[in-house]
Design a protein around this ligand. Structure first.
Ligand code: C2E
Ligand code: MG
Ligand code: MG
Ligand code: MG
Length: 263
């Protein structure tokens, strides 16, 4: 796997898909999250869950992350000026000594404005000081920071007061609980509402992840989340995908190349 990942880097086999993030009150696309895919010459498209661990353990996540960021910068140079781009970074990459410098240099080489970029991080609990210092530097440079998968795994409450966070992404398991008939969706709603309130009080945006149905979209809106993301609004698609490739109603349009208002 590690040998193949190295080849993948050399041969530029990594690709990026983009999933829309939608401001719930106005139904506008605020930007897209970049999601990595590995187009293996024999095995086809491989998802992050099937190679990220090897990439992290081998340290190859660092060059892969930078190559991916380069690709993303090239894509978004053609987009509408108002669109944000959210990029995932592994804790391992953020922990290296020159991570902040390398990220900023990559943005600056392509002339990407810092205020368009959101860095998504998770599992900070197990990473520690180096990654926190990287985030502080990036934040000072005008890059926004999002805490990913909040409410699941290692994304902890402590991070909320300790890190320079701008956006709270609520884990999809909490969104799905809102429409889970088996368990109490009322309790799930109170949890979601409380998280959105914490984000709001801290001056942060709250993004509900994994919104798959109209019912969930309505519930996260009622709970006070500012933004939604999930298959209901649009699946991850290539940068140049056309609207016709997007799932038909309830809401169409998800391609960054064809950005426009919902409804
Ligand atoms: P994440 O950052 O939390 O991204 C959300 C994941 O949920 C994505 O999976 C996305 O395709 C999926 N998703 C979005 N909406 C829905 C929905 O409505 N229903 C369901 N069931 N799933 C939905 P994906 O693309 O497989 O990525 C998985 C994880 O891999 C990401 O979780 C992120 O942690 C990591 N990842 C992705 N791209 C990169 C990257 O460029 N660098 C690094 N370091 N990690 C990445
Ligand atoms: Mg997946
Ligand atoms: Mg993410
Ligand atoms: Mg997430």
């Amino acid at each position: 796997m590690v040998r193949e990942l190295r080849e993948a880097l050399d041969d530029h086999q990594f690709e990026v898909l983009y999933q829309p993030q939608v401001h719930l009150e106005t139904s506008t696309v605020t930007g897209y999250e970049a999601l990595l895919r590995w187009r293996h010459p024999l095995r086809g498209v491989i998802e992050p869950q099937d190679f990220m661990r090897s990439a992290e353990l081998s340290g190859l996540i660092i060059p892969i992350g930078l190559q991916t960021l380069d690709l993303i910068c090239a894509h978004i140079s053609h987009w509408d000026d108002q669109l944000n781009i959210a990029v995932n970074f592994s804790p391992r990459q953020l922990s290296t000594d020159n991570a902040a410098r390398e990220i900023i240099d990559t943005l600056d080489r392509s002339g990407t404005p810092h205020n368009k970029v959101i860095v998504e991080v998770t599992e900070l609990g197990v990473v520690g000081q180096n990654a926190a210092a990287t985030l502080a530097t990036l934040h000072k440079e005008g890059i926004r920071i999002a805490l990913d998968d909040f409410g699941a795994g290692f994304a902890s409450f402590a991070a909320l007061s300790e890190l320079p966070l701008d956006i709270l992404k609520v884990d999809q398991s909490l969104t799905w609980a809102l429409s889970d008939a088996q368990h109490s969706s009322e309790r799930a709603f109170i949890v979601m509402e409380s998280i959105a309130a914490i984000a709001d009080k801290l001056g942060m945006e709250s993004i509900a992840e994994g919104v798959e149905t109209a019912e969930q979209a309505a519930a996260v809106t009622r709970a006070g989340c500012t933004t939604g993301q999930g298959y209901y609004f649009g699946k991850p698609l290539p940068a140049d995908a056309h609207t016709t490739a997007v799932q038909e109603p309830p809401l169409a349009v998800a391609s960054p190349a064809q950005h426009r208002r919902w409804r």
